[in-house]
Design a protein around this ligand. Structure first.
Ligand code: URA
Length: 195
């Protein structure tokens, strides 16, 4: 019943179901709903860039979201391209699906993109700056928490280049940690890289 107020197009997941690396976002947006694929809009392009810099292709990793339907704004009629954060009941109703995906994929590392993904997986709130300092765990799998790609896009569009650069560096450091946990530590060139 909690899933009822969501929109009705399912956007499940994409990528390699045998991947060692799994990314978990919040919920699909307008582009994702249209193409029925997670992270294909502007945030997805940023995520592709991050995955590429790690030395992987999008098809080699597994990409999913906590909530599989785009949360509705009001009754959805005037939503346009804008997005709504899923509410706690919607997240709670969705968590069993991501738990099952994690069981099937059995990744070596999960990267939680943004506060909603972290909240859903870790069942605790907190800021990204606080959560990204440690390696967490979900069902025995290490979880790295980092900023959502849409946050990077926002800092880039705020014409605050120093903030955007600092955020990107933090995200990249989180990805370097994820690579180490994967057992494929970054090269010197990758370590020096700035997103
Ligand atoms: N943001 C998300 O959290 N997930 C998507 O699939 C797209 C944008």
């Amino acid at each position: 019943r909690s899933l009822g107020p969501l929109r009705d197009t399912i956007v499940f997941a994409s990528g390699n179901p045998l991947a060692d690396l799994m990314f978990v976002g919040e919920a699909p947006g307008a582009e994702e709903e249209k193409l029925r694929k997670p992270f294909v809009g502007p945030s997805g392009q940023k995520l592709d860039q991050i995955i590429g810099a790690m030395g992987f292709s999008r098809d080699a990793v597994y990409i999913s979201n906590i909530v599989k339907f785009r949360p509705k704004k009001g009754d959805g009629r005037f939503q346009g391209a804008s997005n709504q954060k899923p509410d706690p009941t919607q997240m709670e109703a969705s968590i069993r699906f991501i738990r099952a995906e994690i069981e099937v994929v059995a990744p070596k590392v999960i990267v939680a993109l943004g506060a909603t993904a972290a909240e859903g997986l870790l069942e605790r709130g907190g800021t990204i700056s606080g959560l990204r300092e440690q390696v967490h765990e979900f069902a025995g799998v290490p979880v790295i928490v980092t900023y959502h790609p849409s946050y990077i896009l926002r800092t880039e569009s705020e014409s605050a280049p120093a903030k955007a650069k600092a955020t990107k560096r933090l995200v990249w450091e989180d990805m370097l940690r994820a690579m180490e946990l994967l057992g494929s530590p970054a090269s010197e060139k990758q370590k020096a890289y700035f997103l």
